[in-house]
Design a protein around this ligand. Structure first.
Ligand code: GDP
Length: 299
C-alpha cells in the first residue's frame, strides 16, 4: 500500500517487536507501548489516554494472548480518535453556486501541491475548477501555481507579484460566478511570522469573497507537513487563533515516521483531518479515513 509506509514501519516495527516478545500484559509491556506511540508523535496526552483505555479493557475482557491485546489496541485507537462521534471529512459545499475553498498554511508545507492535486481530483470528478493565485507575497508562488494549472489543465486567475491578494480573490470570484464554475481554489500567503498582517489579509480576502459569492469561503483548509511532527500541531494551534479552519490537510505522510501526529491533532483540537498527502504526484491526495489508517498502521 502506497504512502503510509514509513509511518507504518515505525508503528508496526515497534508494535510487532512488542508482540514478538510478548509474554504477558504487565507494566513493562505498557511502558514499551507508550514509548512506541510517543516516538511516532502520537503525543503525550493521547498516548496516556490510549494506554489507560487499553489497560482497562484488557482487564475487563481478560485478554491474554498477543492477538487479543493487539485487537484491543486497534479498537481503543479508533474509539479515542472518534471522540464519541466520527468527525466528518466532507467538504462544505455551496449549493447555490461555486464552492470557494481557501488554502492556508506556512510556506513549504505543500500548499501549492495540494491545490494542484485537489484541482486534479475535482476535475476528474467532472467539475469545472478555477485556481486563484492569492499568494502574491512569496517569490515564485504565482508561477508555481501557474505550473500546476497547466499540468491539470484548469484556468487560473493571477495578479501582480506583491499586489493585493484581495483583488485576486475578487477577480476569481467574479470569473467563477460568471463562468459557472463549480470550485474555486484560492492560494494564500503563509506568513505566520506576521500574524496581524496575515489576519488582516485573510479577513480582507474573505470579506471580498463573501460579497461576491454568499458564504464564501465555504471551506478553509489548513495544510500541515507531517514530517515536522509535533511542530505541525503547534502550527495548527497558531492558525486556529487567526482564522476559522474547517479541516486539515496533512501532507508528506509518505515520507515520515511521524504520522502519529494525526492523532495528536485530533486529540488536542476539534478540527478534522480531511485529506492526507501521500506523494508529489497528482493522484497522491486521499480523503482521510481514520479507521483504515489505524488498521494499516497496526495490522
Ligand atoms: P508550499 O510552499 O506550501 O506551496 O509547498 P509546495 O507545494 O511547494 O511543496 C513543498 C515541497 O513538498 C515540494 O517539493 C513538494 O513536491 C513537496 N510535497 C508536497 N506534498 C507532498 C506529499 O504529500 N508528499 C511528498 N513526499 N512531498 C510533498
Amino acid at each position: 500500500d502506497k504512502g503510509v509506509e514509513k509511518t507504518r514501519r515505525s508503528f508496526s516495527d515497534r508494535i510487532n517487536e512488542l508482540f514478538a516478545g510478548f509474554r504477558q500484559v504487565d507494566d513493562e509491556f505498557f511502558d514499551d507501548l507508550e514509548e512506541a506511540f510517543i516516538s511516532s508523535d502520537v503525543g503525550f496526552d493521547m498516548t496516556l489516554a490510549l494506554s489507560d483505555a487499553v489497560r482497562e479493557e484488557v482487564l475487563l475482557r481478560g485478554a491474554s494472548s498477543g492477538e487479543q491485546v493487539k485487537n484491543v489496541i486497534i479498537e481503543k485507537m479508533v474509539e479515542i480518535y472518534d471522540k464519541g462521534g466520527e468527525p466528518s471529512v466532507a467538504i462544505n459545499e455551496n449549493p447555490d453556486g461555486p464552492t470557494v475553498m481557501l488554502f492556508v498554511g506556512v510556506n513549504g508545507v505543500g500548499k501549492t501541491t495540494t491545490i494542484g492535486k485537489m484541482a486534479y481530483q475535482l476535475k476528474q470528478q467532472g467539475h469545472k475548477v478555477l485556481l486563484a493565485a492569492g499568494d502574491t507575497f512569496r517569490a515564485g508562488a504565482i508561477e508555481q501555481l501557474e505550473e500546476w494549472a497547466r499540468r491539470v489543465d484548469v484556468p487560473i486567475i493571477t495578479g501582480k507579484a506583491h499586489g493585493d491578494p484581495a483583488s485576486v480573490a475578487f477577480d476569481a470570484a467574479k470569473e467563477a460566478r460568471e463562468g459557472n464554475y463549480d470550485y474555486v481554489l484560492v492560494d494564500t500567503a503563509g506568513r505566520l511570522q506576521n500574524k496581524v498582517n496575515l489576519m488582516n489579509e485573510l479577513d480582507k480576502m474573505k470579506r471580498i469573497l463573501t460579497r461576491e459569492i454568499p458564504g464564501a469561503p465555504h471551506e478553509t483548509l489548513l495544510v500541515l507537513d507531517a514530517t515536522t511532527g509535533q511542530n505541525a500541531l503547534v502550527q495548527a494551534k497558531e492558525f486556529d487563533k487567526t482564522v476559522d479552519i474547517d479541516g486539515i490537510v496533512l501532507t508528506k505522510l509518505d515520507g515520515t515516521a511521524k504520522g502519529g501526529v494525526i492523532f495528536a491533532i485530533r486529540y488536542e483540537m476539534d478540527i478534522p483531518v480531511k485529506f492526507i498527502g501521500l506523494g508529489e504526484q497528482l493522484d497522491d491526495l486521499q480523503v482521510f479515513d481514520a479507521e483504515k489508517f489505524i488498521y494499516q498502521l497496526i495490522k
